[in-house]
Design a binder for this molecule. Structure first.
Ligand code: GLU
Length: 322
């Protein structure tokens, strides 16, 4: 009896000691992502999963936050309320340079790139009965242009400006967040939604399976000019056959999704995160179908306009020389 009690006492003492020792060393990092039916959220989850496999060695615990998207994440990384954020390459560029939506905030000289992830075509989905075949057909319709703070909304604003459109050109404009828009399309509350997102994504899957919808082409002279004039835009296609009822490729333009941080985040932290992902690249690619096409040599440079964080640069120079 006595010996049993002693054992229990010893056990709880060592657990308490263990927990204390661990919590004293652990650093918690937060990655800002997007809506839960987008690709940022599961991508952040995939990164954290790989980081957290090594917590015992590097002492870093990674957590994911669902947020309003790219512009929100860039502002939060700038303010230090998030350690990392996933952001479209166009908004990374503007935050670093203090242009477009970041003109008031000014250039974020502390913004640092970590790596790029999947391509994000600017994707427009319309109800099949709405008579929308191309982007220009959105005029006069009920359209969700995206929540403020999302990169999608930012890119939609840029495209509207390029076309000389204002919100007055639509019958109705909504600012629903990405995870609410497929339902609004299928309930007939709106005719179309826009989402700059990797494929396949939960949101587009929802919009194409829950009701009759079509993916809409986004092309023409204004789009060509945007691509010609800006390094972060390129032509993009949503591959045919990926979603129900959309057998052919859909032509559009797009950006790349990137992971960013601040120069204020310690080198060891960024190094540990990058190493966790790159040392487990095959596993990373399998964690979401949109990540399946990633190539290391592209991830270290494509779509990155802010300088690489020193911790990331250190890891990349090691894998290059080894
Ligand atoms: N590109 C979108 C944005 O910045 C988010 C896409 C996603 O959630 O996967 O708002």
């Amino acid at each position: 009896m006595t010996s049993r009690l002693i054992k229990v006492a010893c056990l709880s003492a060592s657990v308490a000691l263990g927990a204390f020792a661990v919590s004293a060393q652990e650093t918690v990092i937060r990655i800002g992502t997007g809506g839960k039916t987008g690709v940022y959220y599961p991508t952040g989850g995939a990164i954290c999963r790989l980081v957290n496999r090594g917590t015992a060695e590097h002492g870093i615990q990674c957590t994911v936050e669902s947020t309003g998207g790219s512009v929100y994440n860039l502002k939060a990384v700038r303010a230090g309320t998030l350690d990392f954020g996933i952001a479209q390459s166009d908004w990374q560029f503007h935050s670093f340079n203090g242009s477009s939506k970041f003109e008031e905030d000014g250039a974020d000289q502390n913004l640092r790139a970590v790596f790029s992830v999947h391509p994000e075509p600017f994707t427009v989905v319309a109800r099949a009965d709405a008579g929308i075949k191309t982007f220009d057909d959105l005029k006069g319709k009920r359209v969700n242009i995206g929540n403020p703070g999302s990169g999608s909304r930012g890119t939609m604003d840029v495209l509207m400006a390029a076309k000389g459109w204002t919100v007055g050109d639509f019958e109705l404009v909504t600012e629903l967040k990405s995870s609410d828009q497929a339902r609004a399309v299928c309930e007939g509350k709106i005719d179309a939604m826009v989402f700059t997102v990797g494929h396949p994504s939960g949101s587009i899957k929802e919009a194409t399976t829950e009701c009759d919808t079509v993916l809409v082409e986004v092309a023409g002279p204004e789009v060509e000019a945007l691509i010609a004039d800006n390094p972060y835009y390129r032509t993009a296609t949503v591959p045919g056959g990926m979603y129900k009822g959309n057998e052919d490729d859909t032509q559009t333009f797009g950006v790349g999704a990137t992971l960013v941080t601040s120069s204020k985040v310690p080198d060891e932290t960024v190094y540990a995160l990058v190493k966790s992902v790159f040392d487990n690249m095959r596993r990373f690619r399998r964690l979401h179908p949109a990540l399946g096409i990633l190539k290391e040599e592209e991830m270290v440079k494509d779509g990155l306009s802010a300088p690489l964080h020193d911790g990331a640069a250190k890891f990349y120079s090691e894998i290059n020389t080894n």
